[in-house]
Design a protein. Sequence first.
Length: 337
Amino acid sequence: MNADWNWFFSSLSQSAAAIVGIFGAFIITKIFANQTAFSEKKSKLKNYLIEAEKISDDANSYNMEWHNKHFNHPEYRKFHDFLDQNFPATESIDDISDQTFEDFIHENSFSQYSDKEDIKKELVYIATKIFEANASTREAQEASDRAAELLKESPLGKIMGITQTIAGVRNYNDFLNGNQKPLYATYGPIYKTNWDDVTKERESLEKSYLAAKHHARLATDLLRATEGDPESPFQISAALALVLCIFFIGVIYPLSFMPAVRAPEISIELETILGHILSFKGALLGVISTAFTVIVAIFYTTHSGMKYSRNDLDELTKITNAKSYCSFFKYVKDDEL
């Protein structure tokens, strides 16, 4: 009878140990493979973020504000002429509708890298200044007319012919004012535009955008490969827990009954449990159990630690959008490149 129990416990523990060994080896191999893949992806993720910063710095190094100022300057000059032709005597900005500004922007060749609202603000500024000048001109004309009328009625004016002199001076001033009208702008005067440099600035930005688009595609592929932490699946965590349970139940527990001198009796009394633990056999099994548990815990810690930083994934998600690399990229039209 005792031999039968010894054979049973021995066969059970050996079978369980074989199962633990086979599945344990598979799980450990899988963890090592996942660790390699995780390290490669994490390194690639860091490199992609650094490369994105490089592309962003390059794109932001181009002076598109300078480009827009020079590119739009001829259109703002046209707007001066437009107001002189269509609103020659207008003195209030309220007399010009928003639709007039919208139509002028739509019908003229402003830089596509300029914000529409910024263009409209500049046009409103120009209109306001021109209308203020119209009011000042009218007031000066009225004052001049009143002065001329007073001089005309005075005895001195009749004797010396001052009115003719004033009229001649006024006509001369009108001639000068008509040919030397100021150009109003919030960005200061522009005396000369090098169109080759303006074009080069735009082309350099567009080239940088194409680099950003390619990098965004690579980042998208990497994001798909990292979402959900594929190197740290729940199945491996569950398998490690099951292997540990099989080891204790199928290996350690049966061995605690050997050598069997009689049919085993399961007892949960403290005295019996302490007797097993404090025995030489219990000490050996305890050392083996502790060592195996530590090994499983190490691999579990390694496995559970293979998760990508939430901040890194957020940054990676951000760079999957090429237009996020530079504020001027939002104006780029893909179908025109």
